[in-house]
Design a protein around this ligand. Structure first.
Ligand code: 5GP
Length: 191
């Protein structure tokens, strides 16, 4: 049986990765989303098991020591990791999966899954990214500044990705991401 395709979506905090994926999944079920584990606090409106598995640092370390993550990283001062069981099982069953992870995590995934498809979502500018973080309103000034500093670092990694998409307009971005996914699926199917 053909194994599933793995898609990796990265991009700086505030660029709109979640909004884009939420919009994509409204009328597209060609890929399944892998829910990450994190030690950061749950934001208002976030749902356990849908947005993240919110766990303690102790739990995170235990899973990590049991080799339960495909990749894990400290992002903006909190631990994040991709549960291995879900992803490997789905890929084995031929289901295509998308991960939404930072550039450190993507680098680890690249070593284990070199055939995966790597997509980087870019903001139109750093000023626009700052506006979006302000609008989100969930970040303190300290947290926002950490995210902006990390964004500059993350943007340097864009050359390691197969596709770059500038998130200027939500509808266009979703259309472009969907097009990339379908193109890669067709390519796999024709092989
Ligand atoms: P947020 O806390 O704003 O949801 O996410 C912060 C950052 O963590 C984002 O850049 C997001 O892509 C990244 N992230 C989310 N889940 C994971 C994960 O499982 N692994 C890694 N390495 N990064 C993640």
């Amino acid at each position: 049986m053909t194994k599933g395709l793995l898609f990796v979506l990265s991009g700086p905090s505030g660029v709109g990765k979640n909004t884009v994926l939420d919009e994509l999944f409204k009328d597209f079920d060609g890929v399944s989303y892998s829910v990450s584990a994190t030690t950061r606090e749950r934001r208002d409106g976030e749902v356990e098991g849908e947005d993240y598995f919110f766990i303690s640092e102790e739990e995170f370390k235990e899973i990590s020591e049991d080799d339960g993550f495909i990749e894990s990283a400290v992002v903006h001062g909190h631990y994040y990791g991709t549960p291995k069981k879900f992803v490997d099982q789905k890929l084995e069953e031929g289901e295509d999966i998308i991960l939404e992870i930072d550039t450190q995590g993507a680098e680890q995934v690249r070593k284990k899954y070199p055939e995966a498809v790597y997509i980087f979502l870019l903001p139109p500018s750093l000023e626009e990214l700052e506006n979006r973080l302000d609008k989100r309103g969930s970040e303190s000034d300290k947290s926002k500044n950490i995210r902006l500093k990390n964004a500059r670092q993350e943007l340097k990694e864009v050359h390691n990705y197969d596709y770059e998409v500038i998130n200027d307009n939500l509808t266009d971005t979703v259309r472009k991401i969907k097009k990339i996914i379908i193109k890669e699926q067709k390519r796999r199917d024709s092989q």
